[in-house]
Write a protein that binds this ligand. Structure first.
Ligand code: PMP
Length: 427
């Protein structure tokens, strides 16, 4: 459509799906915030690598050399993708959850951790102990700055870590990261950024945002499941117990009779024991490169136009209550959650899929505290919401179909009967 810049081809963007009435329609995937289909460049890169499957850093064979090279290059790509410092480490993980659990296990004894209760469970739950300070969902960005400042002033003496989300997976709102990290710095605190939801939509730059660690997931970034990264400062990670123990994480293991003397590697391998996911990290790195090559301006503009269309369309649906942390005018990526008065969100999601071929998410989005607070603020009596999220494969037709389908649902309800089966609505 006019005004929407070309986007890189996405695998699955042209899939057709069967509807309950027997028709097939092109799938409108509006659930990119959960996972994104791979880019064609990613599929091609994976296809090319698959015949060369071999162990990394362990074999002299040609295939092993190929995989070792690919794996090492992927680290460089990720380093550049987030603008890491030369001394930062790139540790490959399974996903953002794994990355943040790794970091939680690497904190020096007595570290105070400060975070908002709006976090996705991946960022909310890994930190344990008496020195975890959970701040209530703020009313405004100014509120967030003040609350963080106060909490850090009250922290016990010792290391401090602030955990922040770059963009909310519930509302898409972009947090004022640079501003919050400036507060953290004033109190000598380090900052870990959950960038799972921002990385597919905007550039994430460790230096510009002035954060210490960035965690992200490949499957939200147009690569397949199974590869993610924790990028950032090396010192705590180098000194910590390994995240996993086993082959590849050790510099040496010797038998001392009554015990084994183990020297762990001080590089990123320290936390990556076991045969690495070479294909996964190659896919992730290829996605990063493809997005960078395509250009962030084009990614952002594509999304801006579609998000405007989506929000304008949703505003015409009677009884629709959007969820928002910082207000309607706040900067956001292409993620929108809402309830519609009188409409069960689970049922609506099932009808959108079965009768309209539209994929959205319903529930509390692994951010139960945040979703409950935002539903209360929106004056909704529902405990679950619908979430619509835009990605590179989204077209104006997908957006228009969703808005039309919501109108049909509000006006006339489902075309067929639905029943709850194991907690989910099915036709
Ligand atoms: N943080 C945010 C903001 C997310 O949206 C998600 C995924 N929904 C995660 C963390 C966790 O990502 P993963 O499931 O890939 O570990």
């Amino acid at each position: 459509a006019a005004g929407i810049p070309a986007v890189p081809p996405v695998v699955g963007a042209r899939l057709a799906v069967p509807l309950v009435d027997g028709r097939r329609v092109p799938y409108a995937n509006l659930d990119h915030a959960a996972s994104t289909p791979a880019l064609e460049a990613v599929r091609d890169a994976v296809d090319e690598l698959l015949p060369w499957y071999a162990s990394v850093h362990r074999g002299a064979g040609f295939a092993s050399q190929v995989c070792t090279r690919v794996h090492d290059q992927a680290r460089d790509v990720l380093r550049r993708f987030v603008g890491a410092h030369r001394t930062d480490q790139v540790i490959f993980t399974r996903n953002t959850t794994d990355s943040l659990n790794l970091l939680a296990g690497a904190l020096p004894r007595g570290t105070s951790v400060v975070l908002f209760d709006t976090e996705h469970h991946a960022a909310l739950l890994p930190w344990r102990g008496p020195r975890v300070h959970r701040l209530r969902t703020p009313q405004s960005t100014g509120d967030a700055v003040l609350a963080l400042d106060r909490a850090l002033a009250d922290c016990a003496v010792g290391p401090r870590l602030v955990v922040l989300t770059a963009a909310s997976n519930v509302t898409g709102e972009v947090w004022p990261i640079a501003e919050l990290s400036a507060v953290a710095r004033r109190h000598g605190a380090r900052v870990a950024l959950d960038a799972a939801q921002l990385a597919p939509h905007r550039p994430v730059d460790i230096r510009a945002l002035d954060v210490d660690w960035v965690a992200l997931s490949g499957h939200k970034l147009y690569a397949p499941f199974g590869a993610g990264a924790l990028v950032g400062r090396a010192d705590w990670l180098r000194a910590a117990e390994p995240h996993l123990v086993g082959g590849g994480a050790t510099a040496s293991v010797t038998d001392r009779g009554d015990r084994l003397a183990v020297t762990w590697s001080t590089g990123p391998e320290r936390h990556e024991a076991g045969s690495p996911n070479v294909v996964g990290v190659h896919a992730l790195a290829t996605a990063c490169e493809a997005i960078t090559r395509h250009g962030w301006d084009a990614v952002v503009e594509h999304e801006r136009v579609l998000l405007h269309r989506l929000r304008a369309g949703l505003a015409t649906v009677p009884g629709l209550r959007p969820l928002s942390l910082f207000g309607a005018e706040h900067d956001r990526v292409g993620v929108v959650s809402f309830t519609v008065d009188g409409l069960d969100s689970g049922l609506a999601a099932a009808v959108l899929s079965a009768e309209h071929g539209i994929g959205v998410r319903d529930g509390a989005f692994c951010a139960h505290v945040a979703t409950a607070r935002l539903l209360d603020r929106a004056g909704s009596s529902e405990r679950r919401a619908l979430r619509v999220s835009i990605g590179l494969g989204t077209t104006p037709e997908h957006v228009d179909r969703l808005v039309a389908a919501l109108h049909t649902l509000v006006d006339g309800g489902p075309a067929t009967e639905y029943a709850l089966v194991d907690g989910r609505w099915a036709p």
